[in-house]
Design a protein around this ligand. Structure first.
Ligand code: TRP
Length: 331
């Protein structure tokens, strides 16, 4: 039997190159080898966006279109939306009974996010319980592996602790899942900070060729090379060169290094070349996205079928859970 992987993404709307290389490339590989479940964590989005819930549904369909356009395949993976599976709410509730508040207060992302999103009041019960909901998502499908980036490791660790506690109290219902740490290539945004929608420095998968060209013109290069006649050092100092390494052949990158160091190649031309490489890289993604977006019912059908498949598994798990809980006798 194939091992099972499960991972989720909050519906943040259109995805950018960081999501593609940081997450989706990995999901594409995993769907070939594992029984894969990939879902939209819309209730998790609500923990921080509860004041604007109306933004979430639109974001879901945009994001799922991007998944399909890059090659996440509904024939290979089960793709669904969290809130279509009410069982996640039931399991979340039951897990909340056995999760010590101190474990949640200790969770590093709890404090960090509150600091980062100062404009929002995140002193809520739901936000504190974010990792409990995530634990429910994961063990609902008895997943063996959870592909995540480093930022999510504390949540997987908490999932493991909650799982052990459940099994200890009520019997061995769940396998303890392992994190599958995703190696992420360095992909800075236009300004040199990590590519992130909230920094406004992203290249989106759905950006038009002209938008990509315009954005690349503004990208930071080697700040210690103010003039074309100054020699640069792309490997040490150039922000844009991280992208050259992803989208241009290795041999061409080597030439660029030589020419930049010799002050023969200017940043404007060099970024133009990069823009064209990204445009051609994204061309097939755009074509698929356009074709999929035309079929109005496509995303709806994929998510309905995914929910149906997920429901079968999650109903079975919940009956195991209820059995373990309620068939206990006085010891
Ligand atoms: N918290 C995850 C994130 O922000 C999203 C998520 C929710 C998730 N449930 C999950 C990831 C279960 C993996 C497994 O990226």
């Amino acid at each position: 039997m194939k091992q099972r992987v499960l991972s989720g993404m909050r519906p943040s709307g259109k995805l950018h190159l960081g999501h593609l290389h940081g997450v989706l490339d990995n999901w594409k590989k995993l769907q070939e080898a594992y029984d894969s479940f990939f879902f939209v964590a819309d209730w998790h989005a609500l923990t921080t966006n509860y004041e604007t819930p109306y933004t979430i549904p639109q974001n879901i369909s945009e994001m799922v279109l991007d998944w399909l356009a890059v090659g996440i395949d509904p024939e290979k993976a089960t793709i669904f939306v969290q809130s279509d599976l009410k069982t996640h709410a039931e399991l979340h509730l039951l897990l909340s009974m056995i999760t010590p508040v101190s474990w949640l207060e200790r969770n590093p992302t709890y404090k960090e996010q509150q600091e980062q999103l100062k404009e929002k009041d995140l002193a809520t019960y739901g936000f504190l319980g974010y990792p409990v909901l995530q634990a429910a998502d994961i063990i609902m499908y008895k997943a063996n592996k959870v592909p995540v980036g480093v930022d999510q490791l504390p949540h997987v660790e908490l999932t493991r602790e909650i799982t052990r506690r459940f099994n200890y109290l009520y019997g061995e219902v769940f396998p303890v899942p392992d994190a599958l740490l995703t190696e992420v290539p360095k992909l800075p945004g236009l300004d040199g900070r990590k590519m992130s929608k909230s920094y406004g420095n992203s290249i989106f998968l759905s950006d038009s060729p002209d938008a990509i060209r315009a954005k690349l013109k503004t990208m930071v290069t080697d700040t210690e090379r103010p003039m074309k006649n100054d020699p640069g050092d792309p490997e040490k100092r150039c922000v844009a060169f991280n992208l050259h390494k992803l989208y241009l052949p290795k041999s061409r990158c080597e030439e660029i290094v030589t020419d930049c160091k010799a002050a023969k190649l200017g940043c404007v031309a060099c970024k133009k070349e990069l823009a064209e490489a990204i445009v051609s890289f994204l061309a097939p993604v755009h074509e698929r996205r356009k074709a999929f977006a035309k079929k109005a019912s496509l995303v709806i059908n994929v998510l309905q079928e995914g929910a149906r498949r997920a429901m079968t598994v999650s109903e079975k798990t919940m009956s195991d859970v209820r059995e373990a809980l309620w068939s206990q006798h006085v010891r």
